[in-house]
Design a protein around this ligand. Sequence first.
Ligand code: PGA
Length: 257
Amino acid sequence: MARNPILVANWKMYKTVEEARAYGRELVRLWEGPRRDIPARDLVICPPFLSVWALSQRLSGSIFQVGGQDLALGQEGALTGAVSGYLLRDAGAQYVILGHSERRQHFGETDAVVAAKLKASYDWRLTPIVCIGESAEDYMEGRTEAVLRRQVEALLGAIPSEGFAQVIIAYEPIWAIGTGHVPLPDAVNDIGQHIRQWVRDALGDPAEHMRILYGGSVSTKNIVDFWRQPEIDGALVGGASLHVREFVNMALMHLGD
Ligand code: PGA
């Protein structure tokens, strides 16, 4: 099953609107020339909410697409500080990251909340990038599989099963995020296999289309090792994606250029 590779930049809480605009300009400039002929792949930038509109305007007509880093449930309402999928979509986002470990850890998002957000992304036609991952403690104590399975199974009933063909699952071990420590690529592939099998057992065919990413200290130094794995369809990149050249270089490596 050929699945379209995808590279996603997660800027987290970095970059002003002006910096986002400058990055967008540079991104398009660096991508010009022979690279235009590379077959279309999915290249997505997820800036802070404040830059979604400016960046999507700047990147419109290019290969690059924009996503949010979270969404709030509902459409509009008296919810101070919240940004719904409806508002994100209107501002030009086509993707949304959900259930990042930083959201789970610092904002108290439970598996049930992440499942509800998956449903919201489906309703607003945003392609979800759902993050799962075990803590260092879970990893050390051999609970990785059980934790991941629980996180995946919590998602299964949230949307109609055909919807899973568009779902993207990002496996991000918490101990690998921002640390420079990465798991072995074939261990990541085994995990990808498990994730797909759990979804296949429950929902069948859509699991073959569902894309699985690796995230956690990805850079130009290691991205090829991960995307080369048959179960891994791309990467979710934090720190290294803040540098536009590094992002373009990863995208080109990712595309096998
Ligand atoms: P990192 O972050 O690439 O800086 O490790 C990845 C992420 O948290 O999505």
